[in-house]
Structures are given as C-alpha cells and as structure tokens.
Design a protein around this ligand. Structure first.
Ligand SMILES: CC(=O)SCCNC(=O)CCNC(=O)[C@H](O)C(C)(C)COP(=O)(O)OP(=O)(O)OC[C@H]1O[C@@H](n2cnc3c(N)ncnc32)[C@H](O)[C@@H]1OP(=O)(O)O
Ligand SMILES: O=CC(=O)O
Ligand SMILES: [Mg+2]
Length: 515
C-alpha cells in the first residue's frame, strides 16, 4: 500500500480488509486533515463558554430565529419514523433490530458501544452487510439469524461517536484520528452509493458544531460525487447549551437535516456537568426521581417539538429506560406500562415518533403513534404555537422536587460500577436491575455523586454526602462483584466520581484502558 499517512495501530479484526481499504482510509484521512483543527477549536470553546457563566438564547443569531426558512423535505425512507429501535452494531443484535418491525434502526457506534477496535471495525462490517441485506449470523449455540422477508426493513440511521472522542487505533499524520470522522467516514465511503447515508449526531453543544458536521457532509458528498443533500442528519438535543440553539442547529444543517431528538439521559448529565459547582439551586435530586414531567424537562421537550415543526423537521422522542424481561412477566408488564405512558405523552405533545431499546417494545410504541397519526405518517403539520419557553424555564431546576437519598447514593455507585464492568468487557449497553444502562446513564450516576460531594449535599436521612461515604459504598459494592474488570472499573469510577478535576466524559479515561 502506498504511504498515505495513515497507520492502523489496532489488531487484526475479521474482514477488516473489506472496510479498511486504502481508498476508504484515504477518504477518512482527507476528512480528518480538513476538519480536525476546527474540531479541536470547537472543543476548546465548550470550556470557554462554560467559564463565561453565560447561557441564554444567542443575540447574534436572532435573525435566524426570526426569519422564515425550512429544512429540506424528508426523503421517502424517513417520512415515517413512528418507532425507532436503538442498539449496538453487534451482528446478532443488528439482525434482530432489522427484523423488529421498527421504521428505523439507530445503529449505535456511540453510547451503546464500547469503542474497542474490534467493535469499531466489526460494526462497519456489519453495517456494510446490513445495508446490502446480506447480513447473517450463526450463534455459538447453532441458532441461525438472517433477515426476514415478511418484515418491513427499517431505515438504518448510524450514530457516530461525539466530537470529543479520538480513535487511537488509526493514526493520521502521526496523531489519533477524530473518532466521529472515522465512524462517519468509513460508513459513508462504503454505503453512500446505496443512497441512504443517514446519521444521528450526538452530544453537540452549539450551532458551530452543527456547521462543522454540515461542512463534513458537503465535502464528503462532493468527493464521492454524491448529490448534495443526500446525507440526512437527526441531531440529538442532549446538552443544556444546545437547548438554547435548536433553531440555529437546524438552520446550519438545513439542507441535510431530518430532525431533532430529545436525548433525555445525556441532557440530564449535561445539566449536572454544566452546573456541577454552581450551588444549591442547581443540585439535582436522585436520578430516579427526575421524570420527563419535571418542569424543566417539559420546557425542553415542548420547545423541541415547537422548533422542529416550525421548520419542517421531525421531532423525535427519547428512551424510556424500562426494559422487558422475557423470563419475568411482572417486569415486562411494568416496562410496557411505563413505556406506554412515556410514548403516549410524547405522541400527544406532537412528537413524530420515538425510541425503544428492545424489540419487544416496538409494538407498544407503534400502536400509540398509529392512534395519534391516524392515516398520516407523522404530525409535522401540527404547529405548537401555544408553546413559549423562556431561558428561565429551561434553567429552573428548583421546581423539580425530589430528594437526594441514601438509596440514590447506593444506586448511583452500583449502576455506575456495574456499567463500567460491562463497558470494559466490550458491551456498552447493559440491562441492570431491568433498566437499560448505557454511557449516558452511567454519566448521570457518577456526575451526580460528584455534584453532591462538591455541594455538601445532606441526604434525606441527615447524612452528609462526602467522598468518604462514596468510597465506603464503592468498596462494599466492589466486594459484591466478581470478574476480571471489577478492580479497574472501581478505580475508574472513583476517578470520575470523586477526583477534584471533573472529567468531561467518563469514556475518555476509560478508553485509555481498553485494547
Ligand atoms: C440514552 C441512550 O443513548 S439510548 C440508546 C443507546 N442504548 C441502546 O441502544 C440500548 C439498546 N438495548 C440493548 O442493548 C438491550 O436491549 C439491553 C442490553 C438493554 C438488554 O439486552 P438483553 O439483556 O440481551 O435483552 P433480552 O435478553 O431480553 O433480549 C432478547 C432478545 O432481543 C434482542 N435484543 C434486545 N435488545 C435489542 C436491541 N436493542 N436491538 C436488537 N435486538 C435486541 C437480544 O439480542 C435477544 O435476542 P435473541 O433472543 O435472538 O438472543
Ligand atoms: O442519546 C440519548 C440520550 O438520552 O442521551
Ligand atoms: Mg445520548
């Protein structure tokens, strides 16, 4: 292979020669060379903005909010998004997702995926086969999996990693590649010619980050001779700064935009992170006590629907964490009831569809949106002019109610530690106590503890939350677990929950520890 300045550091992965071709690597390198410096600059700006202490709708973009424009019309494959199943790109789950009856499969290279090199590369292999309808798999027990002919095939929408993560197994001109550009670039290079390069964009904090994605899409389309606007992106509004720039984010991406999604778990994490040392008014109670009906969460989702429909974009609902258990009817009943409530609220509020974490939840979500839509495929025409949301409402965390409790501390440690054990073993999505846990939910657990310790929160039973208390619970929890990753997981958990300097993302120090 000629020297193109790209070095693959990672170990050999089965069929890697099919996706890590010289042409594909050269394409990724081109994107990296063109856009990595802007990415670095935008990450620096995140910290500067937080340090400035200002968080409000931007005066300099008032014209964008006030003027008349719409995003491009939806392509046929994305006009009906009433139920979307999310999940990692692991081969068996990919097939199960494609057979689930959902309208969209969010193929997750982000929070449901540990970016082990093996997962990164095999995810691309699986996406390649999935896009061509040739994906098959035989489990170690001998069960054969293939795509069913009698089930409508969902559109595949790929979620690359966020801007903050590097891919150290691929070096470009001697530095680690931008993870998001590796995920997007490899996928686009191999699959764009099939006509449906669709993406979910996570964890953005500003419209300038959306502009960067838009520039990446335009460059990628130009380079491969793909018609401008073929890429379609749905942006997760899941950080508190982005909630103030929904219109601007859609505007930047308008020729490539499909919609916005209310990513509730990262949103909570972002609020805790952003206001972690801002004092008592910003301390959130136990994770389980903050529901989507909390006033600040309602303000956020209502604003999202209003913004989307004003601009002709899809408003996508989020993930209820309750998952069914085929071996436990009671757990399944509870999950179905919780999901039903959640999806009913979203459908009534005007969302155009929503997420489920498990195939057994597809029917309940579909049924609720079927009733809401009648003969239509979405409710884009439903304007929410009745909604008017202020900055103060988005930031009113006091009115939430709920308490910080002993059970909350125990659960944050337990879930965070168990999740890290799973993540380190290569499984980025885990069912823990019948709830779906992924990187975003684990981030809530550890940042919540950090916030409580640093704001000297006193629990409902009168116990002050101290680093000592968290360490004591951690030691006890660790002793109750076994397996090869427990020690490392506990070390990482202590670091991201307690260290003086707050780690922006737990996956950054954790990534340094994996193959
Ligand atoms: C906050 C956010 O970012 S949300 C988005 C990111 N998170 C996710 O995508 C989580 C997706 N969900 C999952 O990964 C899984 O549902 C879990 C880990 C929560 C639970 O998985 P399991 O413990 O395997 O569930 P369970 O044993 O009930 O699975 C039954 C079957 O459904 C399949 N299945 C479960 N969830 C999914 C899914 N999301 N996609 C495809 N197939 C699935 C399993 O592979 C299994 O198949 P099999 O019978 O052929 O072996
Ligand atoms: O990505 C989704 C979220 O809730 O976070
Ligand atoms: Mg998220």
């Amino acid at each position: 292979m000629p020297d193109i300045g790209v070095t693959v550091i990672g170990d050999k992965v089965d069929r890697d020669e099919e996706v890590l071709t010289p042409e594909a690597l050269d394409f990724v390198a081109g994107l990296h060379r063109a856009f990595a410096a802007t990415r670095d600059d935008l990450l620096r700006r995140r910290a500067e903005r937080r340090a400035s202490g200002k968080l409000d709708f931007l005066p300099e973009t008032a014209k964008v909010r006030e003027s008349d424009w719409r995003v491009a019309d939806a392509p046929p494959a994305l006009t009906d998004r009433r139920v979307e199943i999310t999940g990692p790109t692991e081969r068996k789950m990919a097939i199960n997702a494609l057979n689930s009856g959902a309208k969209v499969w969010l193929a997750d290279l982000e929070d449901a995926n540990t970016p082990h090199w093996e997962n990164v590369v095999s995810g691309q292999v699986n996406l390649y086969d999935a896009a061509r309808g040739t994906i098959e798999f035989t489990s170690p027990e001998g069960k054969h999996y293939a795509l069913k002919d009698d089930v409508e095939r969902p559109a595949i929408v790929v979620r690359p990693r966020g801007w903050h993560l590097d891919e150290r197994h691929l070096e470009i001109d001697g530095r680690p590649a931008v993870g998001a550009l590796v995920d997007f670039g490899l996928h686009f290079f191999h699959n764009a010619s099939l006509g449906k390069p669709y993406y979910y964009l996570p964890k953005m904090e500003s419209h300038l980050e959306a502009r960067l994605w838009n520039d990446v899409f335009t460059a990628a389309e130009e380079q491969l001779g793909v018609r401008h606007g073929t890429v379609r992106a749905t942006v997760l509004i899941e950080t508190i700064p982005a909630a103030f720039e929904m219109e601007e984010i859609l505007y930047e991406l308008r020729e490539h935009a499909s919609g916005l999604n209310a990513g509730r778990w990262d949103y909570l994490f972002s609020i805790i992170k952003y206001f972690r040392d801002a004092g008592a008014d910003f301390v959130l109670p136990d994770r389980n006590s903050i529901t989507m009906t909390a006033p600040f969460m309602r303000a956020y989702t209502e604003l999202l629907v209003r913004t989307c429909h004003k601009r002709g974009a899809f408003a996508m609902g989020g993930m209820a964490a309750f998952i069914p258990n085929r071996r436990d009817p009671e757990v399944t009943e509870r999950a179905l009831a919780k999901v039903r409530d959640d999806k009913t609220r979203e459908a009534t509020d005007g969302f155009d569809g929503s997420w489920v974490a498990h195939p057994d939840l597809v029917p309940v979500c579909r049924e609720i949106f079927d009733v809401q839509f009648g003969s239509k495929s979405n409710q884009l025409d439903r304007q929410r002019d009745d909604v008017s949301v202020t900055a103060a409402q988005l930031l009113d965390f006091k009115a939430t109610g709920g308490e910080a409790t002993r059970a909350g501390v125990e659960s944050a440690v337990d879930v965070g530690l168990r999740y890290l054990v799973s993540w380190l073993s290569g499984n980025g999505a885990a069912a823990i106590h019948n709830l779906m846990e992924d990187a975003a939910t684990a981030e809530i657990s550890r940042s919540q503890l950090w916030q409580w310790v640093h704001n000297e929160v006193v629990l409902s039973d009168g116990t002050p939350v101290t680093a000592g208390l968290v360490r004591e619970v951690l030691a006890r929890t660790k002793a109750s677990l076994s397996g090869e990753h427990v020690d490392l997981a506990a070390e990482l958990f202590e670091q991201v929950a307690l260290s003086e300097e707050f780690a922006d993302f737990l996956t950054v120090p954790a990534y340094a520890k994996i193959p």
